[in-house]
Design a protein around this ligand. Structure first.
Ligand code: SF4
Length: 506
């Protein structure tokens, strides 16, 4: 893709400014729909002395910025959003094609990385100068100050003095930083028809999740859950309603848990903007909300049963099959055309009867729902900083076998799946240590045969974990207790006022 059509890109004269390349090492479609990128882009460009420009994997050959088509090597600071594990390889490719030396010690630019995957910085520690651990709003001001420190080595010293930076070779530990109150969302967001949600503004109503689903990285690294002020949300929607963009995508781990959902639904209906909600919790749907989505033109609702009831409850997703079926009926009655179900397989302790029960549930959903049902089937990947972080990955051969079995058990229900091989790569990078840097470089230079040198993700882990150099503000004891409860099939409570269980609330 060479050209993009978008609105609200920020244009400045770069002369005399601190030039920051904001790199999203994935396709434009995903990158322009990423809220973290929008927030950092707006916050940096609010500052007169800074000009931040964006880079995506598939826009402009030669790795040039969207705004001024400047080559990557011309930027003093390269700030990377590391959203998905395999983007580590895309980053190496973008740096090299952009004329930026890969190794830390060999370049004049400062390369920073943040985003969810930075909570295990080790696989990229040979190539990234400093990792920002936590939410961008909380530290952008301090980071810009540090970037003005002068020489590269002074900049790195300054960054290392901030608790939330992991700076390889200088300070190899960090503590997650979070915004106590969510900063106002940018009004003038970059929007494009080519984005994953179409030409939509992104409206995050809450961040974090009160559930403790034991496999979910986002459920831990965005704790505690915080809601956006409803006055701010309403003002934003009304301002957007006066613009030419007619769509809003509601984001957040649990949009339908929003305390002011009814008021939000009313405002969105009132301004007649189209609304989409990419993923919904089945136990928190309301008919009004679903009807608003359908009126707005949303054709597909996505919900995530994850597995059969027994394993779902062990994962601490407190959603019974009965409640799920009720949600399916509500979707049908509201006129939803397509239902997409996210399911996982390869979970620790999973047996054939679990797959049979999960497939039976899907078949029941397909019978009860009036439209088209599709299943998206992904292998379980143990993620760092989650209760299941020590569990082994099921293995490519075994996953292929289970996928075939599951598909057969589903009868005729449509199924799509992430390839077990791609998931294996993700599992390797997710829990990789420092040694993975060489493997990544080998794969980047010589191709996928080099993965044979990677540590097997099928191993269960014991003892100290390499990524414990990052304190995500969740205690080790909490993760251990949650893992014990997974094995024992015991539930844990949701977040509640006054709770001190995991350590994230002080
Ligand atoms: S301390 Fe309790 S309320 Fe706070 S994030 Fe942890 S589990 Fe939730």
């Amino acid at each position: 893709m060479k050209l993009v059509r978008e609105r609200n890109a920020i244009v400045k004269n770069p002369r005399g400014k601190l030039r920051v390349a904001l790199v999203y090492p994935q396709r434009y479609r995903a990158g322009v729909a990423n809220l973290g990128m929008q927030i950092v882009y707006a916050m940096l460009n609010q500052r007169e002395e800074v000009y931040a420009e964006r880079f995506y994997l598939d826009v402009h050959e030669g790795v040039r910025s969207i705004e001024t088509r400047s080559p990557l090597r011309d930027f003093e600071v390269i700030a990377v959003c590391w959203q998905f594990e395999p983007d580590a390889l895309n980053l190496l490719s973008m740096l090299e094609r952009g004329g930026v030396p890969l190794y830390r010690g060999e370049r004049r630019q400062v390369v920073l990385a943040g985003g969810p995957c930075a909570v295990n910085p080790l696989p990229l520690a040979d190539f990234v100068d400093a990792f920002y651990i936590g939410e961008a709003e909380a530290g952008v001001g301090e980071v810009v100050e540090a970037l003005h420190a002068g020489e590269r080595s002074q900049v790195l010293e300054e960054l290392a003095s901030l608790d939330y930076f992991y700076v390889p070779g200088v300070k190899e530990h960090a503590t997650r930083v979070l915004a106590e109150k969510l900063a106002p969302l940018p009004v003038h967001q970059v929007v494009s028809e080519a984005g994953a949600f179409g030409e939509s503004y992104l409206l995050e109503v809450a961040r974090g999740c009160t559930r403790s689903c034991r496999f979910c990285l986002g459920g831990y690294i965005f704790r505690p859950r915080r809601e956006r002020d409803v006055g701010e949300v309403e003002a934003l929607v009304r301002e957007w309603a006066d613009s030419e963009v007619r769509k809003v995508a509601l984001l957040g781990a649990s949009v339908t848990d929003y305390a002011h959902l009814e008021r939000l639904t009313g405002v969105l209906s009132d301004v007649r903007m189209q609304v989409s909600a990419p993923s919904l919790r089945a136990d928190a749907l309301t008919s009004e909300f679903l009807e608003m989505l359908v009126r707005s033109g949303q054709r597909t609702v996505t919900i995530a049963p994850e597995s059969c009831e027994e394993l779902r409850l062990r994962l601490n997703k407190r959603l019974t099959d009965d409640v799920l079926m009720e949600a399916v009926r509500m979707c049908s009655e509201a006129g939803v055309r397509n239902l997409k179900l996210y399911m996982m397989y390869g979970l620790p302790g999973e047996r054939r009867e679990h797959l049979e029960a999960a497939a039976a549930l899907v078949r029941e959903v397909a019978k009860a729902f009036r439209g088209r049902v599709r299943v998206s089937l992904s292998p379980f990947i143990p993620k760092p900083h989650t209760p299941l972080q020590r569990c082994g990955f099921a293995g490519v051969g075994e996953l292929r076998r289970r996928f075939r079995l599951f598909r057969k058990l589903l009868g005729g229900v449509e199924v799509e799946g992430e390839s077990p091989r791609a998931s294996w790569v993700q599992a390797v990078i997710a829990r990789g240590g420092r040694e993975l840097g060489e493997v990544l470089l080998g794969v980047h230079r010589r191709g996928s045969g080099e993965w044979r040198r990677a540590p097997a993700p099928e191993r269960e882990l014991s003892g100290e974990l390499p990524w414990e150099c990052i304190d995500v503000r969740i205690s080790r004891g909490f993760f251990e207790e949650e893992y014990r409860r997974y094995l024992a099939g015991e539930a844990s409570p949701e977040c509640f006022p006054g709770c001190r269980r995991c350590g994230a609330c002080t």
